[in-house]
Design a protein. Structure first.
Lengths: 735, 529
């Protein structure tokens, strides 16, 4: 019999001040320093996790009920975010409940049990490796999982399964900073701490839009009490540019010329810290010679910035010294001469002595939550702990630290991401195992990469969601637990290692990446190699041993408990420093205070090269430059997670918007809100026009989150970092 | 910690048992102690925000208000997310929104604007609520919504020029920002204040006298004279004069209120029918029986209209309180006035039963007057929202015009079925009404479309963009009703059938108009994206 719902008659009083609907919104005082919280989400305990979206690395206080997370608030005691978070952080839990979470392994789109999936995975990989050699299978991982997991993946694939090649999506975001730092200062070591935002007199942001991309870092800028000059170099008038005191809207990809021009003017106008340069750097004389031709007139012509404004820019740096900090992110990293551009920034900091002091530094703001962990521990380009695969002593050291027989460690580094894709196109790579990344959406010249992926004999995707563009192409999908459903550590932009706990159960049969790797090791039959790798914390200890005597030495960290109690620990912390570690005074540490760099001669190097034009130039047929970048603070990369939150969805435009200057709009007969076609040599898409001064004439902008945008982008790469150049493609726009 | 999985592997378990161990481990959560849980008595959130909220309660003549420092608002939208999370709201519900102001080519400008309820000194939502589901706190001035009192009529949504109250479909009521009054009472900051990385949002005490009653609180916001919003937006660089909301040019359809559209047209037809009946009775053109039939038909349509309007309520069982707001709410008055329809109907029935023509004439006239008053209340319900599309002349002409048109049309149809000759007169009047109403509508639409300064230019553009097909259909209906049917009648087609068809088509035309009356209203709002 059908049961009728009980109809509750309303109260017969004239006004109902209370009742069930009112009760829905009642807030009650909670303990744990939370203040009032919704009654239906009352926690019985709280713990702190590190946010798993961007590299800011905010501490989030997780509200627990019976051990499971029910809500979260930003952690007021965490030294990074001081009690605030951006919308992505606030919504970190809700995206775990999405209906399209991968709950079972999928083989050719059909649900199978783990035993079948793992057997298939191992059989297929072994068949390919046996038949075609160790270069025939590769893994492509991520900056989104914990570094203990990354290390496990890198070690399992290379030492256990015998692969040679593996890379990560960090190639798309941080490879340039890595290459630049390594060559210039001897190690991939961003020198800053977030307090530098607050202690600068001049902050120079180059190709960075922290208001939107790193809102909590921008909070630190606004906490600066020194009334700083904030300079933004960006072709677009971004939110950050609007908030800046000086904005230089350079022509796209004229940043290298601008930076050399500034160096020229700083030398001319006596802004060089001669003592610092003589004592701590090399190659300055050659640099001075090289700069001779970057006179202001030339630079003005090539950048579109007047001579007068160039002088003002240089003067601001000179007068702000020694408290000038330089910050860069994707506008620099994603370009055809990215490494040299980043090094041009490092050069400016070196020549003015703006490094190793409060409020200074040539500072790369990282992208993903664990891009820094990936740089140290992914075991792709570098051997674990920032070591070199080619160096026999390094291989011995890592063998000893990990207990892996040395002959299992390859003597060559991996191919870079684009080279792996190219090798796949040439039929040399037959299988790729993607972990927590979505290249079918995010990789440059997307149609091309999808064509290659479709050629693979075996495509495995290990992800939280079975609906990503890449997972839909996969032969095998391994369902992974997400952030909050597993434990481990992240390293943020300022080298801070933070611990993130497991506070949720994963849906269905999804498993932590760590467990998936452990199971694969078992099914592969290399259990013995990973005997000691029993838990993330055990791997953490293995990795600590790997960093011994490196710039990134973390042997002084006393396990997860120390990380948790001290609000994270910035590397380095060597064993002998451990006893002296004090939470209060060691909360914010910067590098190079003694002027000694990580190069063999302890001197930083001036590295430079002649600027070249971007590979794809405007033409009559494609007269506009397409710049891509982040849309809003509520969106993250390919939106596999942020796309799942209804609250975040409110904060994003409903349609893909193309930013177009009024002058171009006029010429093309385009009005605000019109549907327009954006066409490059490679593809075409439709978007809605937003006519705005925020882009310059001749330039258009599309946010990268829409899955079609990378069909348009032109695939070119920085020769040193192999990072794709997403910021300069030629397009035409028409109605 | 040695885990399940590892133990199983060391024990040399079978593959399946190892997988089971992994799955088991995945589903096991650690105890708070093992998670290094925080101290139970950690420092309270209270101490961190004392500089962003008032230290004492407002005095007499003062109230709490939001103050937004635009210089510090960079559009990160943490306030929107925090409002949702810290208040335990539904999926996509948040009481803060983020908009954007933009400049022009000559005056480039970009400013994000966070916005929530302005806790107005003179809250239009509260004035409009028929059941007094709003309470402006006498001490704090916080405009609080009483969720259990709400009947879900959505009128406050129409009344608020800042798009603050939001309908919650799951619960059938409206919910809105209460400035986290419980938090403030305990000296804690509201969710949005707590969450802003740049401390852009503060709570201030403002003097009620000083709350502006002119201008607008920020570029693109509605004229403050209507509700006297208390939020202040401060900035070291005031927006340029040309700054406008980024969504100013967007021509979106508003939420439709279909049951209300039906209700309005049906009740107006009913009122018109009663009026036609009364006039004919005073002219002694109807017999008692004919008058009874005419008023019965008019009553039936009116009652159907009133009944349909309850479909519009999220909590119809609570609607009996709708009289409570009569002092200020035109909706409350409208609901009471339409109560005259069934009452009038009963009186008419009794007089007919008693066979007293004089009394019946008075009863019909009384009902007609009451219904006309109710229609007037309907007019005021919409005029009182101050939407440009719903200005007095437009709404009055549309509603009263519909009343006359459909009333006469109804009489004509009924009387022709009764074989009465005055049906022809009614037809003639209906034709005059039809042509004049339509021509007036077309010309005012045209001029609103052409004249950028016309108050409802935007509504006209919404009509043109989204609803032009409907306008064309109404044009065809006009030709049919105004030309084809009279010609066919003249050519000898059956009067009763033709007049019924004509009524049906006029009704359809007015219903179409009434549906877009809502969807093309282009209500005002705070700057959006």
């Amino acid at each position: 019999m059908m049961k009728l719902p009980a109809i509750k008659m309303p109260a017969m009083t004239l006004r109902e001040w209370d009742g069930p609907l009112t009760a829905d919104l009642v807030r009650e005082p909670a303990k744990f320093g939370l203040g009032q919280v919704p009654s239906h989400l009352m926690p019985d305990a709280t713990t702190t996790a590190i946010c798993g979206f961007c590299s800011t690395g905010c501490g989030l206080k997780i509200h627990l009920k019976d051990g499971a997370a029910v809500n979260l608030t930003p952690d007021p005691d965490y030294p990074v975010n001081l009690g605030t978070a951006c919308p992505k952080g606030w919504e970190a839990l809700s995206v775990l409940d999405a209906p399209d979470r991968a709950k079972m392994p999928l083989l050719h789109g059909k649900e199978v049990d783990w035993d079948t999936a793992l057997r298939y995975f191992c059989d297929k990989m072994r068949e390919i490796l046996d038949q075609h050699g160790p270069e025939a299978a590769a893994f492509l991982s991520t900056g989104q999982i914990m570094f203990e997991e990354m290390a496990f993946l890198g070690a399992l694939a290379k030492f256990g399964m015998g692969m040679i090649h593996g890379d990560g999506n960090t190639r798309q975001c941080m490879a340039t900073a890595v290459a630049a730092y390594k060559e210039s200062i001897g190690f991939d070591a961003p020198p800053f701490t977030y307090a530098d935002f607050e202690e600068s007199d001049v902050l120079v942001f180059i190709g960075a839009n922290p208001c939107i991309a790193h809102p909590i870092m921008w909070q630190r800028v606004l906490r600066n009490k020194r009334k700083p000059e904030i300079i933004v170099v960006d072709p677009r008038t971004t939110e950050t540019a609007m908030a800046a005191t000086q904005h230089y809207a350079i022509k796209p990809k004229s940043d290298l010329v601008l930076l050399y021009g500034l160096a020229h003017l700083i030398i001319r106008d006596g802004g060089v810290d001669t003592a610092f340069v003589e004592e701590h750097a090399s190659g300055f004389d050659e640099f001075v010679l090289f700069l001779a031709e970057f006179h202001p007139q030339r630079v003005a012509q090539e950048t579109g910035i007047s001579v007068h404004r160039l002088l003002h820019f240089a003067q601001t740096i000179i007068s702000g010294t020694p408290r000038v900090s330089f910050w860069w992110t994707m506008g620099v990293n994603q370009s055809h001469q990215a490494t040299r551009t980043a090094q041009a920034i490092i050069n400016l900091a070196l020549m003015t002595g703006n490094i190793g002091k409060p409020g200074t530094g040539a500072n790369s703001i990282t992208g993903q939550c664990n891009a820094m962990g990936s740089r140290l521990f992914s075991n792709t380009t570098n051997l674990l702990g920032g070591h070199d695969f080619r160096n026999p002593r390094h291989r011995e050291k890592i063998a000893a630290a990990t207990g892996i027989p040395v002959e299992r460690i390859p003597d060559q580094p991996s191919l870079a991401y684009d080279q792996i894709i190219k090798a796949a196109d040439e039929g040399k790579v037959k299988a790729i195992w993607f972990v927590a990344t979505n290249p079918s959406h995010s990789w440059i010249d997307q149609n091309e990469v999808n064509r290659v992926l479709d050629k693979l004999d075996f495509l495995v995707v290990q992800d939280m969601y079975c609906t990503t563009e890449t997972a839909k192409r996969a032969h095998l999908v391994l369902p992974a637990a997400g952030w909050g459903e597993k434990e481990g550590c992240f390293i943020n932009s300022e080298r801070r290692i933070g611990y993130s706990p497991k506070v949720r159960r994963a849906p269905g049969q999804a498993l932590a990446d760590f467990h998936i790797f452990r199971l694969i090791a078992h099914y592969w039959g290399c259990d013995d190699l990973f005997r000691g790798w029993s838990s993330p914390e055990a791997v953490f200890r293995v990795l600590q041993r790997c960093t011994e005597d490196q710039a990134c030495d973390i042997t002084g960290i006393n396990g997860y408990e120390m990380l948790r109690k001290s609000g994270g620990v910035q590397w380095p912390l060597a064993r002998d420093e451990s006893a002296r570690f004090e939470v209060s005074s060691w909360k914010e540490r910067r590098l190079f205070e003694d002027g000694k760099f990580y190069t063999p001669d302890q001197r930083a190097k001036f590295v430079f090269d002649a600027p070249e034009a971007a590979p794809e130039q405007r033409s009559d047929e494609y007269p506009l430059v397409l710049i891509t970048g982040r849309g809003t603070s509520a969106q993250w990369h390919t939106e596999t997670r942020t796309g799942k939150s209804a609250v975040l969805a409110k904060m994003m435009p409903e349609e893909l918007m193309l930013d177009l200057h009024p002058q171009d709009a006029n010429t093309l007969g385009i009005r605000e809100g019109m549907k327009v076609r954006v066409i490059s040599k490679r593809a075409e898409l439709t978007a809605k026009a937003r006519v705005t001064n925020c882009v310059s004439p001749g330039e258009v902008f599309l946010p990268m989150h829409d899955s079609r945008v990378n069909q348009l982008t032109h695939a070119s790469f920085d020769p040193h970092s192999r990072q794709p150049s997403y910021k300069h493609s030629a397009v035409r726009v028409c109605v | 910690m040695i885990c399940d999985l590892e133990r199983s592997i060391s024990a040399g378990g079978s593959a399946v048992s190892i997988i089971d161990a992994a799955l088991r481990e995945q589903q096991t959560l650690r105890t708070p102690v093992a998670l290094f849980a925080d101290e139970y008595d950690a420092k309270s959130v209270r101490d961190r925000f004392t500089h962003l909220i008032p230290l004492s309660k407002p005095n007499l003549g003062e109230q709490y208000a939001f103050e937004v420092n635009l210089d510090a608002c960079t559009g990160c939208k943490a306030c929107v997310a925090a409002c949702h999370s810290l208040n335990g709201l539904d999926d996509d519900e948040s009481w803060r929104d983020m908009g954007l102001l933009v400049g022009t080519r000559k005056q480039p400008y970009l400013q994000t604007v966070t916005t929530a309820c302005h806790h107005c000194a003179d809250p239009a939502c509260a004035d409009g609520c028929p059941v007094l589901a709003y309470d402006k706190d006498p001490v704090t001035g916080i405009v609080r919504h009483l969720d259990d009192q709400c009947i879900g009529c959505s009128y406050c949504i129409l009344k608020c020029p800042y798009e603050v109250p939001k309908f919650n479909l799951k619960r059938g009521i409206v919910r809105k920002c209460d400035m986290c009054q419980g938090r403030l009472a305990e000296g804690e900051a509201p969710a949005c204040v707590q969450s802003c990385p740049n401390e852009a949002i503060k709570i201030k005490v403002v003097k009620l006298d000083a709350v502006p009653d002119r201008g607008s609180i920020v570029a693109g916001a509605f004229d403050s004279s209507y509700t006297r919003p208390t939020t202040t937006y401060v900035s070291s660089q005031p927006p340029p004069s040309a700054a406008r909301p980024a969504d100013a040019g967007r021509l979106d359809l508003d939420h439709g209120h279909d049951p209300l559209a039906w209700m309005l047209v049906l009740t107006q037809m009913s009122a018109g029918g009663f009026m036609g009946c009364a006039v004919a009775m005073w002219l002694n053109l109807l017999t008692m029986q004919q008058a009874a039939i005419t008023s019965a038909v008019a009553l039936a349509f009116g009652l159907v209209g009133v009944a349909l309007s309850t479909l519009h309520l999220g909590q119809p069982l609570k609607a009996w309180r709708a009289f409570l707001g009569w002092r200020k709410s035109w909706l409350s008055r409208e609901i009471m006035a339409f109560g005259a329809l069934p009452a009038g109907g009963q009186v008419i029935f009794v007089t007919w039963w008693l066979g007293n023509m004089e009394w019946m004439r008075l009863a019909v006239t009384g009902t007609a007057v009451a219904a006309a008053v109710a229609v007037w209340c309907s007019v005021m319900v919409y005029v009182d929202t101050r939407r440009p599309f719903w200005c007095m002349t437009t709404v009055a002409a549309k509603f009263l015009g519909t009343m006359l048109l459909l009333g006469v049309g109804l009489c004509a149809a009924v009387w022709s079925w009764a074989g009465m000759s005055i049906a022809l007169w009614a037809l003639a009047i209906a034709l005059v009404c039809r042509w004049s109403l339509s021509l007036w509508e077309i010309s005012s639409y045209r001029s609103a479309l052409d004249d950028e300064d016309c108050d409802w230019h935007k509504s006209a553009r919404v009509l043109q963009k989204h609803l032009s097909v409907r306008i064309e259909v109404r044009g065809l209906l006009l030709i049919a009703v105004g030309l084809v049917i009279p010609v066919m009648i003249a050519a000898g087609a059956s009067m009763p059938w033709m007049l019924s068809l004509s009524l049906l088509m006029m009704f359809g035309s007015q219903l179409i108009e009434r549906l877009y009356f809502f969807t093309a209203a282009a209500g005002s709002k705070m700057p959006g994206n």
